[in-house]
Design a protein around this ligand. Structure first.
Ligand SMILES: [Zn+2]
Length: 430
């Protein structure tokens, strides 16, 4: 006999079908079996369990398409178990793991072993982005058809940009032929090399080697040109500059097949957060200026930014609590991203279904996953309590690392229930 669970009286948000209504969802066999408006007759449905969700927001499962799980090779920072359970705790039903591991995920056998290891973890589902080029060196392409067959769904050299334009042109063509989405880390390191923070008055004051915004802009421009040249899709990771997002806006207007993401820290923090040599705010691309924060927020409003992704980048205290110049780049984000997305949506007066766009519908479409709250789809669901007041302490999180610039922030709203294939993987209900 199969178990039937009824999620009752939640506010259902699904922008893919313009759904914003009070309703019930019946889960059975790990799938969405029925969606009913609240109060409508339930016929012969006799659930084994009823979960009351009145006052809660119910979303199609959130997807974080930019996560560093540090596996294989750097499990002291994060492993599949800690990373995937932290993701579920944060409200994610699926995460896309980046391949800048050691060794890099540039071979089908690594993809297969990660997938089988992840099956043992009761957390978010693991999706894998394999490397674009062997060893992430930007020269020779990996065997995309084999990677795809092993279950990878994207290719990226994230952490490095493919500087050679001819190589990148082949990457984009070959990826499309193998049904893999190429993700670019737009950073021209001939401009950013040795840099520690955004270039401007504050880098001068702090005496830190600067990274100009142009390092990102030049790379975005080149990548958009390659997408135009090939006519094939290309996704830009962690766009952090106003000019960068303007380039994407123009490209979309011209019908070029590009998409992009930003990360929550670029929507809330600036280079000023580095005053005092705060290494938890040392991130790559670096935190920019208020002008950029404003431009990115505007791009959320007008849909130029498709996706918010955490760029969860765990590091140990030995790598972060050191002199600024020696500290590694990156911040964890899996357990703060949903609260920060709710916060930015409120500050911009965006309706809750826009949250579904950034965290579920758009990443699912880009990654060709089942989209939305739809009968027959896997029962991957995220429930948010929009009124829950809480304070973030990384020490209470499930990630192995604690390098967050949002330590001690107070939030209203949190993912309280994460359901994967019909199974509760995180439950923070009071
Ligand atoms: Zn990156």
């Amino acid at each position: 006999m199969t178990r039937k669970v009824l999620l009752k009286d939640g506010m259902l948000y699904d922008s893919s079908r313009v759904l914003a209504t009070l309703g019930d969802i019946l889960l059975e066999d790990g799938k969405i079996k029925a969606i009913l408006r609240s109060g409508s007759p339930q016929g012969d449905i006799v659930p084994d369990e009823v979960i009351d969700l009145s006052g809660k927001w119910v979303f199609p499962g959130f997807v974080d398409m930019h996560v560093h799980l540090r596996t294989p090779g750097q499990e002291y920072k994060e492993d599949l178990s800690s990373g995937l359970t932290a993701a579920a705790r944060g409200g994610f039903t699926k995460v896309l793991a980046m391949p800048n591991t050691s060794p890099a995920i540039d071979d089908a056998s690594i993809v297969r072993s990660l997938h089988s290891e992840a099956l043992m973890v009761k957390g978010a589902k693991l999706l894998i982005a394999a490397a674009m080029t062997l060893g992430r060196k930007g020269q020779e392409l990996c065997e995309y058809d084999e990677l795809r067959e092993a279950g990878a769904i994207c290719v990226t050299d994230d952490g490095s940009w493919v500087h050679d334009g001819a190589v990148m042109r082949r990457v984009v063509d070959y990826a499309a032929a193998c049904n893999l989405l190429p993700l670019s880390h737009p950073e021209d390191t001939t401009l950013s090399k040795g840099g520690q923070m955004n270039e401007g008055g504050i880098s001068t004051k702090l005496g830190l080697t600067p990274i100009p915004a142009q390092a990102e802009e030049v790379a975005i421009y080149r990548d958009i040109s390659i997408a135009a040249l090939t006519g094939k899709p290309l996704h830009l990771c962690h766009v952090s500059t106003g000019e960068g997002v303007d380039l994407v806006r123009r490209a979309k207007r011209d019908g070029i097949n590009v998409s992009c993401e930003t990360a929550p820290h670029y929507l809330f923090l600036t280079e000023e957060d580095l005053v005092g040599y705060n290494t938890s705010a040392k991130i790559n691309p670096p935190l920019r200026r208020w002008y950029d924060v404003k431009a990115l927020r505007e791009a959320l409003r007008d849909g130029v930014i498709d996706v918010i992704a955490s760029d969860h980048a765990p590091h140990s205290s030995l790598e972060k609590e050191v002199e600024f110049n020696l500290a590694l780049f990156g911040a964890i984000g899996l357990e703060t991203m949903v609260a920060l997305t709710i916060k930015v949506a409120r500050e911009l007066n965006l309706p809750p279904w826009k949250i579904a766009d950034f965290l579920s519908i758009n990443p699912s479409r880009l990654l060709k996953l089942p989209v939305g709250l739809k009968v027959g789809n896997p029962a991957d669901i995220t429930v948010v309590d929009p009124d829950l007041n809480w304070t973030y302490h990384s020490s209470e999180g499930l990630s192995k690392s604690h390098n967050s610039p949002f330590e001690g922030w107070k939030f209203t709203g949190r993912a309280i229930l994460t359901i994967v294939d019909g199974e509760i993987r995180s439950d923070l209900r009071a």
